[in-house]
Design a protein around this ligand. Structure first.
Ligand SMILES: [Zn+2]
Length: 251
């Protein structure tokens, strides 16, 4: 197997203004540091993609802490990002303005495209706008394969987080259906590492969700509660012959 390109996905850091901030009684800054230190140990990573919910308290200082964590762990791998429901895209662009952070939302390799799709709406639920669908559609090169990454889960995950899912699920599935070269979709938001097959009219495409760097949700609970899993991240291995492999790491 030729390992063409390795993408590490991280998500949902839910930071506060202070390094001592607790989310569900968990120090989320320290958990982010643990994840970044673990990624730093990997033999090869081409890019890191952060799929949103950087902040929990919506302060400027929480964005600065996110950047500080990458500096503290000496991450030099390019880091791409998109907004979660808690984030302000303008603040992300303002604070994540220099290396290792990169503003692009299309990453090209010889055989693959990694596409970042915005899904933030005015509520905790997600919505992909027509403009965003068009922008991603225009970027697609049908001769390559695509990994599409977003914040919200575009199909139900089967637990309480579905009340904050994607409002226009059917439109999203129609979009994926229309582009046979899209190989897989990855999301954050649900604080769990699940594989959810999306049944489309012509094929099945897997949705892979990313563990949070903060806390993992208990899928049995009727409301937001953490389980005993530690922070984690997901890796995608994209090969030159257009195969995709993925696995998750919990710390
Ligand atoms: Zn979220």
């Amino acid at each position: 197997m030729s390992k063409e390109f390795i993408v590490v996905q991280i998500s949902d850091s839910h930071l506060f203004a202070d390094t001592s901030g607790l989310h569900h009684d968990t120090n989320v800054y320290q958990n982010l540091i643990k994840v970044l230190q673990s990624i730093k140990q990997l033999p090869h990573v081409d890019i890191i993609v952060f799929t949103g919910d950087l902040t929990q308290d919506h302060t400027d200082a929480s964005y600065q802490l996110f950047v500080q964590a990458f500096y503290a762990c000496e991450i030099i791998t390019p880091v791409y990002y998109l907004a979660g429901n808690h984030d302000e895209p303008k603040l992300l662009n303002h604070h994540l303005a220099s290396a290792p952070f990169c503003p692009e939302n299309v990453i090209e390799t010889k055989h693959w495209q990694i596409l970042l799709m915005e899904s933030k709406s005015e509520t905790p639920a997600g919505e992909v706008t027509q403009q965003q669908f068009s922008q991603v559609a225009n970027a697609i090169n049908a001769k390559k394969s695509q990994l599409l990454l977003m914040h919200h889960h575009p199909v139900d995950a089967g637990f309480f987080i579905d009340q904050h899912g994607l409002n226009n699920q059917q439109q999203f599935c129609d979009f994926i259906d229309a582009f046979p070269s899209i190989a897989a979709v990855g999301c954050g938001h649900i604080h769990q590492a699940l594989t959810l097959p999306m049944t489309l009219t012509k094929r099945i495409v897997n949705l892979y969700s990313c563990p949070a760097t903060s806390i993992q949700f208990d899928v049995i609970s009727a409301t937001a509660a953490k389980n005993s899993q530690g922070p984690g991240f997901r890796q995608f291995i994209l090969t030159a012959d257009k195969q995709l492999f993925t696995d998750v790491t919990f710390i």
